[in-house]
Design a protein around this ligand. Structure first.
Ligand code: PLP
Length: 390
């Protein structure tokens, strides 16, 4: 049985050139803090990776802090700002005095962090989204308070792919002198990003969503952002994240970003083509198929669909048995009973939200795979509908 991977929003395969970089770097073992040739070689490559992050974000200035994941980058952005403007080097200082603005459809690594901050006394506004999953910039403006310190809105949603009006929100943040954080984990490498034009102050990315390995992420922070570390210890990462650097992960991320700088646009166009082919095939043959997310303002490789009268989990399971890998909602909520918080925030009734699956495209996918997977999915939906008691 040929396995077909259509779950690139959950994680991506290694790019062959990234794999080669890792293999070729296995013996570069120096500690990047050491002042001898072993360390200096490692340091040079780490700094090259830092520049590459700035370059893919079109940043003219700023700090890049390598982290263990996109989740850690998000945590650092939100919790690290607690000491903003102070010399304090401890987290958890003045959180009761701060107001934050975010949306109801953020990744768990953002919304759980905000739940944590609000338990510590912070005031957090969770903005609603429209039926396409878009935040209204006017809502952001209306939510501002004199003590608002941070707005955190994701660029592209991992479940439905909807893209947010980042530039408009960034402009509001800048006019109000409020820091703006963007979780761009799903967007980096696929869409052009310009942190200066978009007025982004903090931005998170993750290696394994762009064909680098798991366990490496990064936070971009404008120089004016005074962050405090989550992990205290040595002087690594501009004193913002102690621990000897994950050099192999950093080299791999550097390579993946270098590839994305050249191929990102073409790869995104290819994903978009395969996604639209799948969507067309399904709607030609099946009734009761509904697109979740914005029809055009959407990540190139994301297709989230609800199928009338059947459960997304049942489709997922039957596809898995036939070698097709997709997701119901997000990877993080698979196995959970409650329907996706994203689809619920978009106003879908629970049964529609439960009938959703996410098909996501990327490196290695071909038209033949899409044709084969579409045929299997159509048969599966028809079969489940004949069995459906609804
Ligand atoms: C995957 C993902 C994350 C978390 O990244 P990890 O490296 O897996 O921790 C954060 N935000 C979004 C939008 C994601 O898709």
């Amino acid at each position: 049985m040929e396995l077909i991977y259509l779950d690139h929003n959950a994680t991506t395969p290694l790019h062959p050139e990234v794999k080669r970089t890792i293999v070729d770097s296995l013996d570069i073992f120096g500690n990047a803090s050491s002042l001898h040739p072993f360390g200096i070689d490692a340091r040079r490559r780490v700094e090259q990776a830092r520049k590459r992050v700035l370059s893919i974000l079109n940043a003219t200035e700023g700090q890049v802090i390598f982290t263990s994941s996109g989740s850690e980058a998000n945590n650092l952005a939100l919790k690290g700002l607690i000491c903003r403007g102070e010399k304090c080097r401890h987290t958890v200082c003045n959180v009761q005095q701060f107001h934050y603005i975010t949306s109801q459809i953020e990744h768990p690594s953002v919304h759980q962090t905000f739940y944590c901050l609000s338990h510590m006394g912070a005031d957090v506004t969770y903005l609603p989204v429209d039926g396409f999953g878009r935040v209204n910039p006017d809502d952001v403006r209306r939510a501002l308070k004199p003590n608002t310190v941070l707005i955190s809105i994701m660029m592209g949603n991992n479940e439905v792919g909807t893209l947010q009006p980042i530039r408009e929100i960034g402009t509001i943040a800048r006019e109000s002198d409020v820091a703006f954080h963007v979780d761009a984990v799903q967007a980096v490498g696929k869409l052009p990003i310009d942190v200066d034009a978009m007025h982004i102050d903090l931005l998170s990315l993750s290696g394994h969503k762009l064909n680098a390995p798991k366990g490496i992420g990064a936070l971009y922070a404008r120089n004016s952002m005074a962050l405090c570390p989550l992990i205290h210890g040595g002087h690594q990462e501009l004193n913002l994240r102690a621990g000897t650097e994950n050099t192999l992960g950093i080299f791999a991320l550097d390579k993946a970003l270098a590839i994305a700088l050249i191929d990102g646009e073409t790869e995104a166009a290819e994903s978009r083509k395969l996604r639209d082919l799948m969507h067309n095939k399904l709607t030609e043959s099946l009734t009761g198929v509904h697109l979740n997310g914005h029809p055009t303002q959407r990540l190139p490789g994301t297709l989230n669909l609800s199928f009338d009268r059947i459960d997304g989990a049942a489709i997922l399971e039957m596809l898995a048995m036939q070698g097709i890998a997709v997701s119901s909602g997000s990877a993080c909520s698979s196995g959970e009973e409650s329907p996706s918080h994203v689809l619920m925030a978009m106003g879908l009734p629970p049964e529609k939200a439960r009938s959703a699956i996410r098909i996501s495209f990327g490196l290695g996918n071909t038209e033949d795979q899409v044709q084969a997977a579409a045929a299997i999915l159509i048969r599966t939906v028809e079969k489940l509908r004949t069995l459906s008691p609804l």
